[in-house]
Write a protein that binds this ligand. Structure first.
Ligand SMILES: [Zn+2]
Length: 280
């Protein structure tokens, strides 16, 4: 029906009472049905479309919720583990100075300043381990060997200087600047994470072979130290098979004072300090 005819019917219906109106109803049924169908289709489409988006949105929301829930679940777990580890470390640190753990994940306590005793060659150690160190060196020499302490206590500034020096060398060797820090940390402990800053760690070499490499383990001095250092409270801190726990490569020259009791247990059970403390 044309627009014009529709107008005519409307006009007539308005003028002619019930019958007309009834007749008009019959006449407009088709467009009304079409309009209604279109309307229904539009509404259905909207419902389908809306519910479709709702489902997708729902899925996203759900997966986000699952992700969030997982994250929420994971976070306290990790937090608990870390808190537990920090608690253990704190306990160990509060209980015994000689068992203070310093490694890549446990930096030295802020402003840690041990009382130092200086050795004849200018090296320095925590005064509390000095008598046993002196005894160990004396006994090693008395056994016919020639040990040399080549590194001991380091200040934070010294460790920073060593680290920066290593970075500078890597840059000269052509390493990209954004990689030098990680690369340097493989060889030199990041400032704040070196045991040498405690004054309880020593690098000891054989005078006849002063290279800091794995060959050091074959020198007479190392053979003697590896067998006897525990009797004086020192342990070989970074054994070859514990690198994944200590975070440090095998260093058959680095000794750490832990006290006689701990050293005996660590030596007898082939542990590293982290394992002894139950933190690994
Ligand atoms: Zn060392």
């Amino acid at each position: 029906m044309s627009y014009r005819n529709q107008q005519r019917y409307r006009k007539r219906g308005g003028e002619c009472g019930k019958r007309r109106r009834r007749s008009r109803k019959t006449d407009v049924r088709l467009p009304a049905v079409i309009m209604g169908t279109v309307l229904i289709l539009i509404l259905c489409g909207r419902v389908i479309f809306t519910s479709g988006i709702g489902e997708i949105t729902g899925q996203v929301a759900e997966s986000q919720a699952v992700g969030a829930a997982a994250a929420v679940d994971a976070a306290p777990g990790q937090k608990d583990n870390r808190a537990e580890q920090a608690h253990q470390v704190k306990n160990a640190q509060e209980q015994e100075w000689n068992l203070l753990l310093v490694n890549p994940w446990n930096p030295i306590p802020e402003n840690y300043e041990p009382e130092l005793t200086y050795l004849k060659n200018g090296q320095a150690v925590d005064s509390r381990c000095y008598p046993e160190l002196q005894q160990m060196m004396d006994d090693c020499r008395a056994a016919g060997f020639d040990p040399l302490i080549c590194a001991s206590y380091r200040t934070m500034e010294k460790q920073e200087a060593l680290f920066e020096d290593k970075e500078a060398r890597l840059i000269r060797e052509g390493y990209p600047e954004n990689e030098v820090e990680d690369e340097a940390a493989k060889v030199v402990a990041y400032p704040g994470t070196s045991e040498h800053q405690l004054g309880l760690a020593l690098d000891i070499v054989d005078v006849s072979y002063q290279q800091l490499d794995t060959e050091q383990e074959n020198t007479p001095v190392q053979q003697w130290l590896m067998k006897n250092s525990w009797k004086y409270g020192f342990v070989l801190r970074y054994p070859a098979d514990k690198s994944d726990i200590t975070g440090i490569i095998y260093e058959p020259w680095h000794y750490r004072y832990v006290g006689k009791e701990a050293a005996a247990e660590i030596y007898e059970n082939k542990l590293c300090l982290e394992e002894y403390l139950g933190i690994n």
